[in-house]
Design a binder for this molecule. Structure first.
Ligand code: GDP
Ligand code: MG
Length: 480
């Protein structure tokens, strides 16, 4: 599907409030399309009388948004009922704008009512309310950015740590797109050689050329596989990980949550069963967003609230990427500890043996069923001892002990990963068609290569189905 065919309303001029709803110092209403300037002419009166349609690109103008349908009043501007807001208006002409169309941005006072009124005026002057991500979608359809870059815009907006922001910015700058384009060009090059009619079974032909093409496809395949294999790093940076604190009542789960958060978020008391519901917060561990959940202690529930809390704890255990299993060194091992251990032992977990400041009544190494290589950190959360160690261990578990390469290109998007996997499959089949045993089948190699090229192109949005495009942009907010 060609890009232009995807845009039904290419002639529409779209408008939306581009800043978050609520009170703010300023709020921005954005307008894009062929009629952006003439629509702005109808509602904006500048201080010096120039109209937006007469303004040069990238110029900024002070004036008022006027509703000509209202009476002008008597006392000039001050007493004028038709004034909607005092604004700064920016003109950005096509093609050097966010959407490659004429764009007007109006900086209003950031109140909900004033923004709404300015938007309503634009709509009655001939603009249409923009759909989710429609400005960015136009930037894509008009060819300023590719689809992977459009998706990076969303990732930038949603970034929660410097790490994920860096990945997203890299993608917007075209880091990933360049890599995918280079891979696709390489495959197209091999494809053209195959299509030129090289017959590898023919003795007259230099057999080395077949080997060379086979080798080139192999190294392209390796690059694609590396991207897939490393994608978890991009995903972890973007989505973060879910770590769940588990342990019997009173071991210090809430104390750990507070220590990791560096504030007293959860109530800590000496009486068991204090935390009845699961509480979730996010921390930033060296650029990785880690969601930490403090659960209700899993034991025999005493009330209905506690019962629900325990049920929730169990569902969190299923979802968790990492379990922080807590033990109390000052109390002997009990059935409650065994129950939790058996619930989590197939998960990725680390053990935190708390209350090391008290007299010991627990020897972990003597416990049956405890993994011999289980990682244990002794801590005293009451005295804030070893919190740094716990954080380090979490990071090491999450990052699987691998070094983070800040310069590497990570994919961080499931859609890209799926396309890469499809491309790898097709490429694998194309290589298979080179095998001497079966005899070289150029048609099979070529058709699989074409498929691989298609899937790589889909990452960039070269050929994309409208429903996939809808799905990509439906995640955006209106106004972006
Ligand atoms: N002595 C000692 N007491 C602790 C330590 N950590 C937590 N506690 C106490 O143990 C009790 C239960 O702690 P809490 O965090 O509420 O446990 P939870 O029920 O697992 O959430 C509280 O009175 C805490 O002050 C520790 O390292 N040493
Ligand atoms: Mg608690």
């Amino acid at each position: 599907m060609r890009k232009k065919a995807l845009l039904v309303n290419v002639d529409d001029t779209i408008a939306a409030v581009s800043t978050p709803v609520g009170e703010g110092g300023i709020g921005i209403v954005r307008l894009s399309g062929r009629k952006a300037l003439s629509i702005a002419d109808r509602i904006f009166v500048s201080k010096n009388g120039t109209k937006p349609s007469e303004c040069m690109t990238y110029t900024v103008h002070y004036g008022h948004i006027m509703d000509s349908r209202l009476p002008a009043g008597q006392a000039g501007f001050r007493g004028n009922d038709s004034i909607v807001d005092e604004v700064i208006l920016t003109v950005m002409r096509a093609p050097k704008s966010y959407t490659k169309e004429d764009v007007v941005e109006i900086n209003c006072h950031g109140g909900v009512v004033s923004l709404r009124r300015v938007l309503d005026l634009l709509l009655s002057a001939g603009a249409r309310l923009a759909g989710p991500g429609e400005f960015t979608k136009r930037a894509f359809i008009n060819g300023r950015i590719d689809l992977a870059q459009a998706e990076a815009v969303l990732d930038i907006i949603k970034s929660r740590t410097e790490g994920s922001l860096k990945v997203a910015l890299g993608h917007l700058e075209g880091e990933l797109s360049r890599k995918i384009t280079a891979l696709r060009d390489e495959l197209l090059d091999v494809l053209s050689e195959i299509e030129a009619g090289i017959d590898f079974s023919d003795e007259d032909i230099e057999p080395a050329s077949g080997k060379e093409l086979y080798r080139r496809l192999g190294s392209a395949l390796k690059e694609i596989k590396d991207l897939i294999d490393n994608s978890w790093q991009g995903m972890v940076l973007k989505e973060g990980i879910l770590s769940v604190i588990c342990g019997k009542p009173n071991v210090g789960k809430s104390s750990l949550m507070n220590a990791l958060l560096r504030r007293n978020r959860v109530i800590v008391t000496p009486s068991p069963g204090t935390t009845r519901d699961a509480i979730e917060e996010e921390i930033n561990l060296k650029g990785i967003p880690v969601r930490v959940v403090d659960t209700a202690g899993i034991s025999r529930p005493k009330g209905i609230a506690e019962k629900h809390g325990i049920k929730k704890s169990k569902s969190y255990i299923n979802k968790a990427d990492l379990i922080l299993f807590m033990l109390d060194l000052s109390r002997p091992w009990t059935k409650a500890d065994s129950d939790i251990l058996s619930a989590i032992k197939r998960k990725n977990f680390i053990t935190i043996a708390n209350k090391s400041d008290l007299k010991r009544k627990l020897n972990i190494h003597k416990i049956r069923g405890f993994p011999p290589d289980g990682e244990i950190i002794e801590a005293s959360l009451l005295r804030n001892k070893n919190v740094g160690h716990i954080e380090e261990k979490i990071l090491r578990k999450v990052w699987r002990g691998e070094i983070m390469h800040p310069e590497a290109t990570f994919i961080s998007n499931l859609r890209h990963k799926k396309d890469l996997e499809m491309a790898a499959k097709s490429l694998g089949r194309a290589r298979g068609a080179f095998k001497k045993r079966q005899g070289f089948t150029p048609e099979i190699a070529a058709s699989n290569l074409r498929e691989a090229v298609f899937f790589l192109g889909s990452i960039l949005g070269d050929a994309i189905e409208p429903d996939i495009l809808e799905r990509v942009f439906s995640k955006f907010c209106v106004g972006k």
